[in-house]
Design a protein around this ligand. Structure first.
Ligand code: ADP
Ligand code: MG
Length: 530
């Protein structure tokens, strides 16, 4: 035969396309899109039975006008079949010598087709495994890169870049669900869209009606939020209604991100092609996006916890400073009252200021109580454990900057009686300072031992926290424990003040050694019972 083609069924087994051909026009090869059941190949794909057509024009089943380019009117068509699963068909036409195909020819082709089907199926399976591998790769990569992702914007960017390795993406829009208003609010976008852009080329969300997509038409509690097909349909319609959003074509999906059983975000992904995303694309996107979102939230929660943890004592440090000016205002008011007694009697002014001062005093006291509920609670615990827990909490920061953490403790009675949270905070503060001093990476060493501090007669439990960071200038060394002293752009200058207060409340003492450009060692001394 001088004409032949292999046609494969699409994933949903709806139509046939030509995958390989000889003797056929390129245009035909590219444009053929044959619904299952239609024409001879479609018929064979549907029934799974091979057939020989002696004369197309006169065959009862097809009766069609033979086209010149197919040559003689005799054809062969065999299914590519594994068990009962039809993957496609093989067509042969134009038998050499202008003769008609025989039953023998058909038998030969059928045998060949069953071999070919095995090969095609193998290729499919291989493709599937490779895809699965890519999926694992992507998830693994995201997990590894997570700690270096600092903002939600770059997080989305990375997600899109990863998914692009598997299917095409032209734009992605991230929506956050506002359950109170029952709307979804766009709060990020990636890629080419018709969305108005800011000067720096970012999507100008302020120029999109932020409440544009209302969820009122769908009952959120009844709606199956995991049903990605429905969600995609809903969102593609809604996006089409708003001129600022890209108009979704076939390649579009809306991936739900569910938090504690509730729809929290929707990630819309689309490409400007007519080729729809297939089920594998959708499930990959779903998996990667939801997994990554959970991981990212976790990581962020840990960082926030670190920050919150140190805030309580900082508030109480500030509160001390609020009390002082309040006392002097009160004193000043008293002086005024004595100097102008007639004024003081006539106007409400003095009383109302008095009341306000009183209120502020109460507020400050509340603030102190609130920030430090267990201030005086002591328990017995292993000091080493608390130190290691504090290092766990800054783990993400350590990884982000490539800092190696090296703890070592020699034999000592590490069980101490103290306020656990406060001691925890001491090390958290020291570790955070060390990390901030090593933006280019380095080593964070913690050494525990028994040692006698300078100017003391007794031995103490000593914890040396050493970093290989920027160090502290000699002339600044005496100032670092002062409240509000900071050399950092966003520093509070309260960390070491808190550390010092806590240590002295535990009858301990502190020492610091530093060489500019080489590193710093803080030594925390706790008294212990022999
Ligand atoms: P903050 O960290 O908010 O600046 P701290 O009281 O924790 O406040 O620290 C005060 C200052 O001491 C810092 O701004 C920094 O200049 C210096 N400092 C503290 N720890 C270190 C360290 N490990 N290495 C270098 N400088 C440090
Ligand atoms: Mg600090």
């Amino acid at each position: 035969a001088t004409i032949g083609s292999i046609m494969l069924l699409d994933e949903r087994k709806e139509y046939l396309t030509i995958e390989a051909a000889i003797g056929l026009d390129d245009k035909i090869v590219k444009n053929t899109h044959l619904p299952i059941g239609a024409s001879i190949a479609g018929y064979v794909a549907k029934t799974g039975e091979a057939l020989v057509v002696k004369d197309v024009e006169n065959d009862e089943r097809f009766k069609r006008i033979n086209k010149e380019r197919y040559g003689p009117a005799s054809l062969l068509c065999a299914p590519l079949k594994i068990k009962n699963n039809v993957l496609g068909v093989i067509n042969m036409a134009h038998k050499e010598g202008g003769v008609v195909f025989t039953e023998d020819d058909l038998r030969l082709l059928t045998t060949f087709a069953s071999q070919a089907a095995v090969a095609v199926d193998d290729a499919y399976q291989f493709e599937k495994s490779r895809r699965r591998l890519t999926e694992f790769e992507i998830l693994h990569e995201i997990q590894g890169e997570l700690h270096s992702i600092s903002s939600l914007t770059s997080f989305r960017q990375i997600l899109v870049e990863k998914l692009r390795r598997v299917f095409s993406i032209d734009y992605a829009i991230w929506f956050t669900v506002d359950r109170k208003e029952t709307t979804v609010v766009p709060d990020g976008a990636v890629g080419k869209t018709d969305i108005p852009l800011t000067e720096s080329g970012k999507i100008d969300l302020s120029r999109i009606d932020r409440g544009a997509i209302s969820l009122r038409d769908i009952n959120l509690d009844m709606f199956d939020i995991e049903d990605i097909t429905k969600l995609s349909l809903f969102f593609s319609e809604k996006l089409r209604e708003n001129e600022h959003y890209p108009s979704p074509k076939n390649a579009f999906m809306a991936v739900p991100i569910v938090r504690s059983g509730e729809l929290a975000h929707v990630f819309c992904i689309g490409a400007n092609t007519d080729q729809a995303y297939n089920d594998d694309d959708i499930s990959l996107a779903e998996l990667v996006i939801s997994q990554a979102a959970v991981l990212f939230e976790k990581e962020r929660a840990v960082l926030n916890a670190t920050r919150l943890m140190t805030m309580g004592n900082m508030i109480s440090e500030i509160s001390h400073d609020l009390r002082k000016p309040l006392t002097s205002i009160k004193g000043g008011l008293q002086i005024l009252r004595e100097r102008w007694p007639e004024l003081a009697e006539e106007s409400e002014f003095f009383t109302s200021v008095d009341e306000e001062i009183h209120r502020m005093n109460l507020l400050v006291r509340e603030l102190v109580d609130f920030s430090n509920p267990n201030r005086y609670e002591t328990t017995t615990f292993d000091l080493r454990q608390i130190i290691l827990r504090a290092s766990d909490l800054i783990g993400p920061d350590l990884r982000k900057r490539g800092i190696v953490f090296k703890p070592s403790f020699s034999e000592a009675p590490w069980e101490i009686m103290a306020n656990r949270n406060q001691v925890f905070e001491v090390f958290l503060n020291l570790f955070m300072n060390a990390v901030e001093a090593m933006s280019e990476g380095g080593v964070l060493r913690v050494k525990g031992m028994i040692e006698k501090p300078e100017h003391k007669k007794q031995e103490y439990l000593a914890i040396k926290v050493t970093d290989t960071g920027v160090g502290i200038k000699k002339e600044n060394l005496s100032r670092i424990f002062e409240r509000y002293y900071t050399t950092k752009e966003t520093g509070t200058g309260l960390g070491l003040a808190v550390v010092e207060r806590i240590i002295s409340a535990h009858n301990g003492t502190l020492a610091v050694k530093s060489v500019e450009g080489e590193g710093t060692t803080f030594i925390v001394y706790f008294p212990f019972e022999r």
